[in-house]
Design a protein around this ligand. Sequence first.
Ligand SMILES: Nc1ncnc2c1ncn2[C@@H]1O[C@H](COP(=O)(O)OP(=O)(O)OP(=O)(O)O)[C@@H](O)[C@H]1O
Length: 655
Amino acid sequence: MSTNRTPIPFSRESLEQVLKRRFFFAPSFEIYGGVSGLYDYGPPGCAFQANVVDTWRKHFILEEDMLEVDCTMLTPHEVLKTSGHVDKFADWMCRDLKTGEIFRADHLVEEVLEARLKGDKAARGVATEEGEEEDADKKKRKKKVKEIKSVKLDDDVVKEYENVLAQIDGYSGSQLGELMTKYKINNPATDGPLELPIEFNLMFETAIGPSGQLKGYLRPETAQGQFLNFSKLLDCNNEKMPFASASIGKSFRNEISPRAGLLRVREFLMAEIEHYVDPEDKSHSRFDEIKDIKLKFLPKNVQESGSNELTEKSIDDAVSSGMVDNETLGYFLARIYLFLIKIGVDPSRLRFRQHMSNEMAHYAADCWDAELQTSYGWIECVGCADRSAYDLSVHSARTNEKLVVRQPLPEPVLVEKYEVNIAKKKFGPKFRKDAGTVENWLLARTQCELEDLSKELNENNKIVFKIDSIPDSIELDTEFVKIEKVKRTEHIREFTPNVIEPSFGIGRILYSVFEHQFWARPEDKDRTVLSLPPLVAPTKVLLVPLSSNAELQPIVKKISAFLRKEQVPFKVDDSSASIGKRYARNDELGTPFGITIDFDSVKDESVTLRDRDSTKQVRGSLEDIVKAIKDITYNNVSWTEGTSKLTPFDSQSEA
Ligand SMILES: Nc1ncnc2c1ncn2[C@@H]1O[C@H](COP(=O)(O)OP(=O)(O)OP(=O)(O)O)[C@@H](O)[C@H]1O
């Protein structure tokens, strides 16, 4: 990284101009006025994303020998009903019945309370936090917010607000409604009253096929496709455990109020891992390799006490103290950290936040988000959850397909377990075409469910339950079914694996890296640079002929052919702009190296290599220069080390 990089106040406006000017990304359908939450990536954005995804594949899929799948985005209703998304994948929205404006309830509470705290700080003459810039939308809204005037709050109220904000991700709809009433939160623009929060499902609904009868959704995550292929994947892995599947693909969420550019969009690229592990042994065979890595943690008890103070600990300490639930989860937190650093995340602006008890799904054993600090605040970019056996169990129960691992036991064991005995002959006449479905439903129950059913049968002499595909409730007495605890000698251990799921939103990560790597040359604040790591930079080399003299053309062609052969992504800039301007253009594109071709190059094929960040230059043969570029880009070699055998070159002014 540059030795010249001095901290200057980050300007989001300036970054946005660069990203737009160089077409990293832009609103989709822009000439039609655009649609909120939808973006197209331009050439440098595409190349950057492709390189990040390539690094992700190498870092996780290849390094960890994961099984990659590519599943469909269109998903039938039944699958997402079973997974819980149809009923629960929702955010809370509230409407202003007069103006029709819609707000996401938690974001509204957060924005208003933050604004009031800012007003309070202003009244007390305290400077507001640096780096918390506001996007245009937020600014527009805030302009109209009457209460952002500097109004001093009581100390108790400040404490209360801070406490609410620390836990903002964990509130239910009714709790948000209570907060809105308690703190008199109205439409910030008009001060008009708002409806209490109602649930809004975030999935895009569609119909599959012309009849319109097969209801479906665009998937909101890639995970379900991986779970449904579990048995095939286990087979691919020769039935060996633990193992992981992985998938990279688009997901869709009909966000209530998309905002903050790439950070909250309606269609985005996800990279997800489902690591299947024995529930009785969540150790990880490679834990030793990462155990000493130190991470910054924000545990749930700290947030629940209204604070956001970070604790720095090694992963080893975090797991052995029980703060992180198990070794495998800890292993992935460290691997996530290493990946993010590799692609340009600033480690000092990365923290791992644990989900609070009321935020975490009831089945999850533990959950941590990798959050990156940006001018929009701390943003969740990677979720990493131990989802226990939930997903495989629910799909198994719904389809009656066993999604389990069967392992021969070293010694037979005597076990006590619940078994279902069905009076098959009576099922046919009672249930007719549904007899098989009811039978399979009973046989697919887990031991815990059987324990409950057995109790119910003993106490009431009957059990009553509901199966989705059968309209009426089903009632069975002991003539039809017996559920009893029996002793059996077993030679095989059968279990449903637990799943540890690291889930990456690529767009959020890309944007955070832009912010973390954007700076301006101290001598001129308009000469901005995107210091993307060479590994992921869209183009590695800018080829710059010193002049447009025809004499240089053959050597430019020759060097281009050599770079192509060596598979180094490059661009030629033979425009008439000054050399400094040409470099400046590429500094904004994040191109880490410049190769300058001059009249000496014609004589001896030597060239000059320029480093984007330090603007240092060295001279050498084309072969040696390309070797240095490849070493620095792909082999993690520093500029100093990579160019140590090349001749330092006096760089002229780049003005
Ligand atoms: N609307 C979105 N736009 C861009 N990326 C997203 C969006 N929603 C989720 N992601 C990304 O997908 C990852 C995994 O999704 P997950 O369901 O855990 O997010 P989430 O908890 O719903 O996010 P949030 O609370 O911010 O809406 C997130 O860490 C994030 O990087």
